[in-house]
Write a protein that binds this ligand. Sequence first.
Ligand SMILES: NC(=O)c1ccc[n+]([C@@H]2O[C@H](COP(=O)([O-])OP(=O)(O)OC[C@H]3O[C@@H](n4cnc5c(N)ncnc54)[C@H](OP(=O)(O)O)[C@@H]3O)[C@@H](O)[C@H]2O)c1
Length: 249
Amino acid sequence: MKLSGSIALVTGANRGLGRSLVTALREAGCAKVYAAARRTETLASDGVIEPVQLDITNTEQVTSTAARCGDINILINNAGVAGFTPALGAQTMANARLEMETNYFGTLAMCRAFAPVLKRNGGGALVNVLSVVSWFNAAMQGTYCASKSAESSLTKAVRCELRAQGTLVVGVYAGYIDTDMAAHMWGAEQFSKSSPAEIAARMLAGIENGTEEILTDERAQSVYSALFKDARPFESELQKAWDVYASQR
Ligand SMILES: NC(=O)c1ccc[n+]([C@@H]2O[C@H](COP(=O)([O-])OP(=O)(O)OC[C@H]3O[C@@H](n4cnc5c(N)ncnc54)[C@H](OP(=O)(O)O)[C@@H]3O)[C@@H](O)[C@H]2O)c1
């Protein structure tokens, strides 16, 4: 997947990893980068970067963004929230619902709205920013882990569904990133954090190479090897099952 000359959209682009992704895409030679965020006042347009107001949980805004940004061939679903609450120990289910609404349903809405756009523009790439906690549950942030797990499962479904249209569907599994989000995480001081610029650079290298599952750092690699063997043969069986199902519809 060639980044130079591409047109990309990044959600949650006003701070953290999203902001670094916008800068990195610009430096990689993208022709246009839509910087989508709930608050766009800190984002300046400069001929390449174009701010777009977007709350991914707002269905009307998702639909109108897909209409306005109909020229993209790279979608990066980066926006996310983490309340860091336990599943049972939290006083209410408010964080659990917000995390699911944003990380799972918001990302799903973006995938649904932009899949036809990517198809029209030759396939392109759809990238979901996931986490090592998509693979396991750390109970002190149990509700966030569940939402990132759901988002990872969604990514695999979308990959099967969009393979036939030639869309590269990428899951990005990151350890700790030095952003506002990680500043509020219990115990994060025990682990080293990567800078958002480093993670953005590894993500773009992976997208350029056509990598479907990007493990962005040492933490992601060590957790992966502790938990899994090679999942690809099993996942290719799942792809075949989808292809048969899709051919019979
Ligand atoms: N930080 C880590 O250690 C870490 C590790 C693994 C994965 N991740 C993932 O990396 C991604 C980026 O996180 P980050 O570390 O950069 O966090 P961050 O600094 O807290 O930034 C989160 C971004 O998401 C945006 N956002 C939240 N809800 C939104 C919504 N409904 N609509 C649109 N934008 C929304 C925020 O916008 P506002 O400014 O309007 O709130 C902000 O721009 C997330 O998907 C996160 O789960 C983070």
